[in-house]
Design a binder for this molecule. Structure first.
Ligand SMILES: Nc1ncnc2c1ncn2[C@@H]1O[C@H](COP(=O)(O)OP(=O)(O)OP(=O)(O)O)[C@@H](O)[C@H]1O
Ligand SMILES: [Mg+2]
Length: 328
């Protein structure tokens, strides 16, 4: 469905995404993780032809055989909503406060599917049911401020689904929500992808959330995809030192509490330093300078991608970590 090859996005000559290549097959659920600024959102926006105007985009984005990377806005407009739709982080700012819920969901269907008022409203009501909003008939006439945060995100998802897209891109869709509501939205996204055979690109800082929703994940650092593979395998057995660092840096409740003997637990392991600015990224491996197993060649030489095992796992590292020991 989606075939992305050597996709690069640059600002002022600095590559914020460096020749990314990956596929999004029909119905696949793909997680995109990495620290702030590593290029997740601009990669996601490029999938909708919505990269920032100041970005220079090169490479290939093929959707169902059609080359779209340099496609005119007119063509993208006919693809958006029907082939690909997006759910943003902050539902309140993404929803027009002056429009009723029913009109927000109906609008893309009237525009792209040319449905009349009555048909669009009937479908909007069905969509509210599908995303788990009770009493849909009453909700259609309410305004976004009359809904809870979780319901607003459900409305946004309903609007994104309205023209039956083949791919839904969700960029940090639950960060504005409390943990319980967030979990239910994650389960909804997963279920919708399954029942609709719709692909999902799910962006998150939260590795638990990625594990809950996706089957495959890409780890980005400094604009490079440094590791990819089946989500469960990659989390259990990271082979790029950055992925390993991310897993070890994730906040865990047991790390914040006291041990049984009352002594504090050891500090959280984390990756020293921070992601350099675009202009200061190393020419070679972007993780050079922060990597615990760095070699002299790393900063100058961009590592090639190594395929590990039977073609499923890929890692861009000069000296990938050895596989974790599998308990006998
Ligand atoms: N419009 C823009 N103009 C210039 N640089 C930009 C623009 N948009 C993004 N960038 C740069 O591109 C890089 C990637 O940004 P992006 O928003 O994709 O990061 P991200 O991984 O989504 O981070 P976060 O987790 O904070 O959302 C960053 O260095 C950012 O400063
Ligand atoms: Mg982002």
């Amino acid at each position: 469905m989606y075939k992305i090859r050597n996709l690069s996005l640059s600002f002022d000559g600095h590559e914020a995404v460096r020749s990314a290549s990956f596929d999004i097959p029909r119905g696949a659920r793909l997680g995109l993780v990495g620290e702030s600024g590593c290029g997740k959102s601009i990669t996601a926006l490029a999938l909708l032809g919505m990269a920032p105007a100041s970005a220079r985009v090169s490479g290939s984005i093929e959707i169902d055989g059609q080359e779209m990377a340099a496609a005119p806005e007119r063509l993208w407009r006919s693809y958006r909503a029907r082939k690909v739709a997006m759910v943003f982080q902050e539902p309140l700012s993404a929803l027009n406060p002056l429009k009723r819920v029913g009109d927000i969901i109906a609008e893309p269907m009237r525009l792209h599917l040319r449905l009349d008022r009555r048909a669009a409203r009937a479908r909007a009501r069905d969509l509210l049911v599908e995303v788990g909003i009770p009493d849909p008939e009453a909700r259609l006439d309410q305004y976004p401020h009359q809904l809870s945060g979780g319901q607003r995100q459900r409305v946004l998802i309903a609007a994104a689904l309205s023209c039956d897209p083949q791919l839904l891109v969700a960029d940090e869709p639950t960060t504005a929500l409390d943990a319980h509501v967030a979990g239910r939205i994650l389960d909804l996204l997963k279920r919708l992808s399954e029942t609709r055979d719709m692909a999902l690109v799910f962006i998150s800082h939260d590795l638990e959330a990625v594990a809950r929703v996706t089957e495959e994940m890409l780890v980005m650092y400094g604009g490079d995809i440094v590791e990819r593979g089946p989500t469960a395998q990659l989390l259990a057995d990271p082979r790029h030192p950055y992925t390993k660092g991310l897993i070890e840096a994730r906040p865990r409740l047991d790390a914040l509490t006291l041990r049984a003997d009352g002594a504090p637990r050891p500090r959280l392991a984390s990756i020293p330093g921070s992601v350099p600015a675009l202009a200061d990224l190393p020419k070679g491996c972007r993780f050079a300078g922060r990597c615990p197993i760095e070699r002299p060649a790393c900063a100058g030489l961009r590592p090639a991608v190594s395929v590990l095992g039977p073609g499923q796992r890929q890692v861009r590292c000069l000296a990938p970590l050895l596989p974790a020991k599998v308990p006998a």
